[in-house]
Design a protein around this ligand. Structure first.
Ligand code: NAI
Ligand code: MG
Length: 486
């Protein structure tokens, strides 16, 4: 598939491909070239309303209500198979829409999306209640019932994967879904709808409405027929969603930003930690909510560590993301590039030492949103590059004297999504893991993630846990049933 083969995108509502009620469309851009890839129907409030009503009708239909849980599981398996059959094509499409290296799109985004549908396919017929011993002549039992119509609002950094994280558990639990992909990367969510329809998912069970946050996203948050919103994105929008959903008392789960500390103690395997630290920040061009954007190195090894890190980082050469050898692609959009460049300027102005990068390479036609890997030294905790989520290939290096100070520095952030510690000392490793206030802690590794393991944030990184059996709590509600045996 090349740029020119990408078909225009439409809304997928009630099993039909449709134009927006307004007739509006928007362009989605290839970030490696800054050229439009195709146009996509721009969903607005009216379209969200149609999608929500289609999802409600599907939720109440016999086709969905009377479908055995086991058959629901088989539908999810069929979706996984459908994605797998088209994995290479989907990886290229993701790369053209988002800019991420195609090798990563294939090995991570697409593979893990497939995995997610397979995993939740297995759960569909294992979502059971309890029998509870209560006083008196009564039988009391619980049922785990679906929440109803679930709205999924997802970001652009892992487009298909974020869709899978929400759609797969929602369907496994018997819900129906309205999915809004990010305006920067709408294409693979539409392909997911196509694959799901081909797999036999009943019409209206999965609806996809591409559009902008302030219009389509906001309309979902306020729609009375949508029972739940699952959101991944910025902390600012997360707060807005929580506020705006109050009038309809939606159930909300929020996976938000991060400023994750990556702590290297003096007794660590230095070479492994150098590899880990560079992957932690440069993977996906730093556009990862768990990016290891704060590197905290023990003073005694600082110089040796930084020297090796600079050498390693220089190997992340920005290139054509469709080339399977490329490890660093462009940022997703002109807006994101500008935001990240703004942080680099702030870092310089605040007196941080620019050790690497900070400038833009010319790749391909010279118009893509590429940025060289960037590392700042002499960073103080109050600088914006040390406390705000940058979401680009920009690393802030700080030092500490001992473990106590490392943990204090690590926790000195409003966020709490992830943290890592590198050490050979078991006691220090677990002490740090217990005391770091984050939803994920890695020991001598970084960025591990699996469909079976919970994922989510502490503090301003949000609440609710996705993946694993934990996501079942997000997509079910518990009913208590009493039977009089007297
Ligand atoms: P964003 O939070 O605005 O966008 C994420 C999703 O929310 C998109 O689908 C967007 O259309 C939707 N949205 C935006 N405003 C909305 C509203 N008022 N109501 C409902 N939905 C709305 O993120 P954006 O602007 O693309 O990126 C800004 C920053 O956010 C990034 O630089 C990064 O720091 C952070 N971010 C964090 C992500 C994460 O994985 N935690 C993902 C994307 C961005
Ligand atoms: Mg795009």
């Amino acid at each position: 598939m090349s740029d020119t083969d990408v078909q225009p995108g439409r809304l997928f509502i009630g099993g039909e491909w449709e134009d927006a009620a307004s007739g509006n469309t928007f362009e989605t851009i290839n970030p490696a070239t800054a050229e439009p890839l195709t146009t996509v129907a721009e969903g607005g409030a009216e379209d969200v309303d149609r999608a929500a009503r289609a999802a409600r009708a599907a939720f109440e239909s016999d086709a969905w209500q009377k479908l055995d849980a086991r058959k629901r599981g088989r539908l999810l398996s069929a979706i996984a198979d459908g994605l797998e059959a088209r994995a290479d094509e989907l990886a290229r499409l993701e790369t053209m829409d988002n800019g991420k290296p195609v090798r990563e799109a294939r090995m991570i985004d697409i593979r893990e999306s497939i995995d997610c549908f397979r995993y939740y396919a297995g759960w569909a017929d294992k979502i059971a209640g309890d029998v509870i011993p209560v006083p008196g002549p009564y039988l009391n039992y619980t049922r785990r019932e679906p929440v109803g119509v679930c709205g999924a609002i997802i970001p652009w950094n892992y487009p298909l994967q974020m869709a899978a994280w929400k759609v797969a558990p929602a369907l496994a639990c018997g819900n129906t879904v309205v999915l809004k992909p990010a305006e920067q990367t709408p294409l693979t969510a539409l392909e997911l709808a196509r694959v799901a329809a081909e797999a036999g998912l009943p019409a209206g069970v999965l609806n996809v409405v591409p559009g902008f946050g302030e219009s389509a996203g906001a309309a979902m948050v306020e729609h009375p027929e949508i029972d739940k919103i699952a959101f991944t994105g910025s902390t600012a929008v997360g707060r807005m969603i929580q506020r705006n959903s109050a009038s309809t008392l939606k159930k909300i789960s929020l996976e938000l930003g991060g400023k994750s500390p990556n702590i290297v103690l003096e007794d660590a395997d230095i070479d492994a930690a150098v590899r880990g630290a560079s992957m932690a920040i440069f993977y996906n061009s730093g556009q990862a909510c768990t990016a290891g954007s704060r590197l905290l190195v023990q003073e005694s090894i600082r110089d040796e560590f930084v020297e090796k890190l600079l050498k390693r980082a220089a190997g992340f050469v920005p290139g054509d993301p469709l080339d399977p050898k490329t490890r660093l692609g462009p940022l997703v959009s002109a807006e994101q590039l500008e935001r990240v460049m703004g942080y680099i300027e702030q870092g310089k102005a605040a007196g941080a030492e620019l050790l690497l990068g900070g400038d833009r390479p010319s790749v391909g036609n010279g118009r893509g949103y590429f940025l060289n890997p960037t590392i700042f030294g002499s960073v103080r905790p109050e600088m914006s590059i040390a406390c705000e989520e940058i979401f680009g290939p920009v690393l802030a290096v700080q030092t500490f004297a001992d473990l106590e100070e490392a943990i204090a520095l690590g926790n000195d952030t409003e966020y709490g999504l992830a943290a890592a510690v590198w050490t050979k000392d078991v006691r220090k490793a677990h002490l740090a893991a217990h005391r770091l206030r984050a939803g994920t802690v890695w020991i001598n590794t970084y960025h591990n993630l699996d469909t079976a393991s919970p994922f989510g944030g502490y503090k301003q990184s949000g609440y609710g846990r996705e993946l694993g059996r934990f996501a079942l709590d997000l997509y079910t509600q518990v009913k208590s049933v009493w039977v009089n045996l007297g």
